[in-house]
Design a protein around this ligand. Structure first.
Ligand SMILES: O=P(O)(O)OC[C@H]1O[C@H](O[C@H]2O[C@H](CO)[C@@H](O)[C@H](O)[C@H]2O)[C@H](O)[C@@H](O)[C@@H]1O
Length: 263
């Protein structure tokens, strides 16, 4: 968890408010960063069961055009996976929680860090195989162990993955998420990705605004706030957050984006 976040659950913490229909700087000075799962996409039982409406893809495309290309995807998914979901768009994208970056108009940049060791993969596979309902998602530099189908295993999964990372993956760190524990290369997070993209055209000089729902997005929220921008939390404000604004769910986020695209 990054420093400097506000615990929205505590008495006295500031209230999160709905975002303005047109954020500061729109369209000429705004840069938008969109998380996928739980933000633009409704959460689904498995990673490959997500669906996006063609109207949402069209709204994102229109927004990217209105922002002069200053719209990026920031996701824990692999780059190819994100591209497939948003086809035919090819947006600037930080994938694998920031380990894989495609800059504006650029080709793919090799993912940072090493994939977790074979010993770690083997141990995770054995752990998952012995517990029906667990699902291992191997994304290369990052691996995710999903327990959405067996939420009662949460404590055991978190404890075991934590042990295995300490034992076999000193160059990686844990990234907890919604019904998932992920392992990502040490030092690669969505905050670094936002700062990297914001240092170059067409993002540089604009006001960053991040939409996200999960703990991994807090790194991006903090980076945006540090660069003079802000963040919109999607979903319940039931945890510490650097966001100042909130939208109830991905449907509200999609509606807000569609209205902004039309503004
Ligand atoms: O950073 P994001 O774009 O939000 O991606 C985070 C992870 O999303 C996916 O897992 C989550 O969504 C699944 C589909 O709705 C859901 O079944 C799962 O429980 C969620 O944790 C994806 O599978 C991961 O690789 C991403 O890192």
């Amino acid at each position: 968890m990054p420093d400097g976040i506000v615990d929205a659950r505590h008495a006295g913490a500031r209230e999160l408010t709905p975002p303005p229909a047109q954020p500061d700087g729109f369209p000429d000075r705004l840069a938008l960063f969109l998380d996928l799962d739980g933000t633009v996409l409704d959460l689904a039982p498995t990673p490959d069961a997500v669906w996006i409406a063609p109207e949402t893809v069209a709204a994102i495309d229109r927004l990217a055009e209105r922002l002069g290309g200053a719209l990026a995807v920031i996701t824990g998914r692999a780059l190819d996976d994100a591209d497939q979901i948003l086809a035919p768009l090819r947006l600037p994208t930080a994938a694998l929680h920031g380990a894989e970056l495609r800059r504006s108009g650029g080709s793919r940049v090799a993912a940072a860090g090493e994939p977790p060791s074979e010993r770690l993969r083997a141990a995770l596979t054995a752990f998952a195989d012995a517990r029906p309902g667990l699902m291992l998602e191997d994304k290369g530099q990052s691996v995710a162990l999903h327990y959405r189908a067996v939420p009662e295993l949460e404590d055991e999964v978190r404890a075991r993955v934590s042990e295995l990372v300490a034992q076999f993956a000193p160059d990686h760190e844990l990234q907890p998420g919604k019904m998932v524990v992920e392992i990502r290369p040490h030092g690669c997070d969505k905050g670094g990705a936002v700062r990297a993209l914001m240092s170059e055209p067409p993002f540089a000089g604009r006001i960053p605004l991040v939409l996200g729902d999960d703990l991994t997005d807090e790194f991006a929220f903090e980076a945006a706030v540090g660069l003079g921008g802000g963040a919109i939390l999607i979903g319940a404000a039931d945890r510490p957050t650097a966001a100042a604004h909130v939208l109830r769910d991905p449907e509200a986020a999609r509606r807000w984006l569609a209205e902004l695209a039309r503004a």
